[in-house]
Each structure stands twice: as structure tokens, then as C-alpha cells.
Design a binder for this molecule. Structure first.
Ligand SMILES: CC(=O)N[C@H]1[C@@H](OP(=O)(O)OP(=O)(O)OC[C@H]2O[C@@H](n3ccc(=O)[nH]c3=O)[C@H](O)[C@@H]2O)O[C@H](CO)[C@@H](O)[C@@H]1O
Ligand SMILES: C=C(OP(=O)(O)O)C(=O)O
Length: 419
């Protein structure tokens, strides 16, 4: 199994270009199920999760061509679209569940393995299912599978989400594209990835209005065509490299980023005493003084992203003073705490909060990535820890960072992958 070896690296310097967002591209790929014609998706990063989605779509009958060099995926509609997604694929990646909405819209039936909990929490799918039921689907559970069926097709409805779930908003939005009449999703998630998906759906002939606000209106259409779409840049990878600059007292320019997507991250770095210069699509992060402790509460967008929480935990581990991180999005997203503490940090968990007492330095240790962003946090901590840090179970990191070591090497980090 591969590992990453990270050595104390000194200030990282230079520029890095951000690739397409994992959390957007997986949904765009799922949405291509709806099209009667080929779809072209650009800026597709080379990630494990993308491979899983390709396998899943192929298992449903779509034909996929992925040009990794050009970062382009072309999807061809299935001659006979199947509607069942097995456990093997769903358990590998939660975003697999996002094929349910499009399948239901297109075929009137879909049978998907129930996704289990994962390293960051139980992650139920009740809001997705309530949405499908409101659209007229009959939902049954049995033998570990969820079957949703609408013999006479879906019918538009008003749906209020108890929580602005990203996945539920996306799944319901896709299901509603071909329902009869209008669907209104209230308390919808407002993440940039939702807007990207809505734009793609509209380019395919759907009528989705209000994405990016808390009320999304979808007017059903009869048919969806092909489309060509460029994926938005990955705001969480951008945030990770912003932290890399801050933690190593470096100077990194991040290119191909939408600055407004990382505002909460920029604000927290500035509060810590880091200089952040931002243009619309480029951010320079310069860090040379001491880092101040700050408090952070994760929230749905435009709040501070839970997907950047672990990386900030690594950063705050050596800030001056005591910081508190409140995790409000997932109920169990602190598994990285014990790993960062193995490196000499002083972090205590109190319910949904982590109290971080800054220490003067970290020490390299053998640690393991417990989930994707936890892994990224350990890489960041390894960059400033005395000696060498050996990170195991890095397949988690490969789910969401295309060859993280190459980006960091180019910025001057001492990092290598070993088998
Ligand atoms: C592939 C992808 O895009 N993943 C992102 C997506 O995950 P995902 O779409 O799974 O996240 P959600 O916004 O749905 O989940 C947020 C919270 O709502 C709860 N919930 C969700 C659905 C539901 O039916 N019932 C329910 O209780 C979840 O357990 C969690 O506590 O948004 C999260 C929140 O920004 C990010 O951390 C993930 O990186
Ligand atoms: C939690 C994440 O992804 P997923 O929802 O695919 O587990 C993430 O991207 O940080």
C-alpha cells in the first residue's frame, strides 16, 4: 500500500494551478445520465472518485471516454439504461448515490444500495428520499437496497429541506428536471457546486432557476440534450494550498480559483495574521509573522467549509494561544485529532468542538489518513514537523487530490510517495 513521506520543508514558494472540483464533476457525470445525446465535461481531475463514477456509469450502460491528458470526459447515452447500482460501488464513494435522481427522472425507477455511514458520520439519506417521495415516487427499503419507483412519472412539488443538504439538493434537482410541472426546493444548499450543476442541467435543456439561493425552481422538460461544460475549480484544494502557504511561512500564488468561493477561508487566514491578496481568479498567500489563534464554526456555504476544517486544525496546532473549532455539519468529523496529537499537538475534543492549545512545534510521526481531508491535514502538519512524517492509508487523499505530492514538490516541499 502506498504511503506519503513528508519532511520538514521550509517556506513553500511558487504558484500552483487548481484543477476541476471533485464535488462538482461527480455530479456533472451523474447528470449526464439524463441526456439523450453525448455530453462533454471539461477540467476533469484524475482522481479515484472519478474512476469510481466512470465504473458506475458504465455499469448502468453509458459509454464513457476519459482523455486524462486533456482532462475531458465524453459520455454517450446508454442504448439500454439499467437502473440498479450495487453495494460494491456505492460503498466506495457516497456521491454514487447521486445517480438515483437522474435514473428516477429518466426511467421512473431506480434501485440503489443503501450507503452506509462513513469515517465522518452516519450520513443518512432521508432528505433525498423525502424529496423523491414528494415528487410522487414510492420508496421501499429491503435487503440493503432502496427502490424508488414512479410508474406514472414524477410530478413537480414543493419540497422544504430540514437542512440545506448538498447531496439532497442535487439529487432532487436532477430528479425534478423531467418531472411534470414545477418543483420548488426550499432551504436548498447554496454551494458553488450546486450552481455548477444547475448551469450544466440548463445547458442540457433543463429549466432550473435560483441555484445559489435558498429557493430553487425547476420546471420539468420532456427531453434533455447533450452539452459541453467546464467544471468549476476545486475550492477545497485551493483552501488546502492556502493553508500550505500559511503553515510553512511561505508565499504561494494560487491560480485558477474563484476567490469568492473561498471567502471564509481568506477571512480566517487574515484574522490569523496571514496576508492574502486576491483577484477574481488568483490568490496570493504570504505568511511571515506569528500565527494568531482563531475560533471557527463550520457551516453550510457561504459559511466556513467543513471540508477545510481538518486542514485548519493542523494550522491552528502551532498558532499562538487557544483556538476552538465547532463542527456543525458532520457529527463525527474529528478523527484526525488523535493523529495530529500523535505529532505533538495539544487538541482536546469536547462534544462537537475541538479546543486547540497552540504548541511551539510538531514532530514527525507515523500517522494514518482517516478520511480525505484528514489526510490533507496530516500532509500539512508534516511540512512543519521536525523530522519525517509517514502517512499511511493515503488512498483517502487520492480520492480528492490529484497527485498532491507533485503540486507540493513544485512548491519546494520535501515529499515523496512510496509503495
Ligand atoms: C461529494 C460531495 O459533494 N461531498 C460533499 C457534500 O456531501 P453531502 O452531500 O453528503 O453533504 P450534505 O450537505 O448532504 O450533509 C450535511 C449534513 O446533513 C446530513 N444529512 C444529509 C442528507 C440527508 O438526507 N440527511 C441528513 O441528515 C448529513 O449527515 C450531514 O450531517 O457536502 C458536504 C457538506 O458541505 C461536504 O463535506 C462533502 O465534501
Ligand atoms: C467529505 C468529502 O467527500 P465525500 O462526500 O465524497 O465523502 C470531502 O470531499 O471532503
Amino acid at each position: 500500500m502506498s504511503k506519503l513521506l513528508v519532511k520538514k520543508s521550509g517556506p513553500l514558494k511558487g504558484s500552483v494551478r487548481i484543477k476541476g472540483a471533485k464535488n462538482s464533476v461527480l455530479k456533472l457525470m451523474a447528470a449526464s445520465i439524463l441526456a439523450d445525446e453525448p455530453c462533454t465535461i471539461e477540467s476533469v481531475p484524475e482522481l479515484l472518485d472519478v474512476e469510481v463514477m466512470i465504473t458506475l456509469l458504465e455499469s448502468l450502460g453509458l459509454r464513457i471516454h476519459y482523455d486524462k491528458e486533456a482532462e475531458v470526459i465524453v459520455t454517450q447515452p446508454a442504448e439500454k439504461l439499467l437502473c440498479e447500482a450495487p453495494y460494491e460501488l456505492i460503498q466506495k464513494m457516497r456521491a454514487s448515490f447521486l445517480v438515483m435522481g437522474p435514473l428516477l427522472a429518466k426511467k421512473g425507477i431506480s434501485k440503489i444500495s443503501m450507503p452506509g455511514g462513513c469515517a465522518i458520520g452516519a450520513r443518512p439519506i432521508d432528505l433525498h428520499l423525502k424529496g423523491f417521495q414528494a415528487l410522487g415516487a414510492e420508496v421501499t427499503l429491503g435487503h440493503g437496497y432502496i427502490e424508488a419507483k414512479a410508474d406514472n412519472g414524477l410530478v413537480g412539488a414543493e419540497i422544504y429541506l430540514d437542512f440545506p443538504s448538498v447531496g439532497a439538493t442535487e439529487n432532487i434537482m436532477m430528479a425534478a428536471t423531467m418531472a411534470k410541472g414545477q418543483t420548488v426546493i426550499q432551504n436548498a444548499a447554496k454551494e458553488p457546486e450546486i450552481i455548477d450543476l444547475a448551469n450544466f442541467l440548463n445547458e442540457m435543456g433543463a429549466s432550473v432557476k435560483g441555484a445559489g439561493t435558498d429557493t430553487i425552481r425547476v420546471m420539468g422538460v420532456e427531453k434533455m440534450t447533450g452539452s459541453k461544460h467546464q467544471t468549476i475549480p476545486d475550492r477545497i484544494i485551493a483552501a488546502t494550498y492556502m493553508v500550505a502557504a500559511a503553515i510553512t511561512k511561505g508565499d504561494i500564488t494560487i491560480e485558477n480559483v474563484v476567490s469568492s468561493h473561498v471567502k471564509p477561508v481568506t477571512a480566517k487566514l487574515r484574522e490569523m495574521g496571514v496576508t492574502v491578496e486576491d483577484d477574481d481568479d488568483c490568490i496570493r498567500v504570504i505568511s511571515n509573522g506569528p500565527l494568531k489563534a482563531v475560533d471557527i464554526t463550520t457551516l453550510p456555504y457561504p459559511g466556513f467549509p467543513t471540508d477545510a476544517q481538518a486542514q485548519f486544525m493542523a494550522l491552528l496546532a502551532t498558532a499562538e494561544g487557544t483556538s476552538v473549532i465547532n463542527e456543525t455539519v458532520f457529527e463525527n468529523r474529528f478523527r484526525h485529532v488523535s493523529e495530529i496529537n500523535r505529532m505533538g499537538a495539544n487538541i482536546k475534543i469536547e462534544g462537537h468542538s475541538a479546543v486547540i492549545q497552540g504548541v511551539t512545534n510538531l514532530q514527525g510521526a507515523q500517522v494514518k489518513a482517516t478520511d480525505l481531508r484528514a489526510g490533507a491535514a496530516l500532509v500539512l502538519a508534516g511540512l512543519i514537523a521536525e523530522g519525517e512524517t509517514e502517512i499511511d492509508e493515503i488512498y483517502h487523499i487520492d480520492r480528492g487530490y490529484p497527485q498532491i505530492e507533485n503540486d507540493l514538490l513544485a512548491l519546494g516541499a520535501a515529499i515523496k510517495r512510496i509503495d
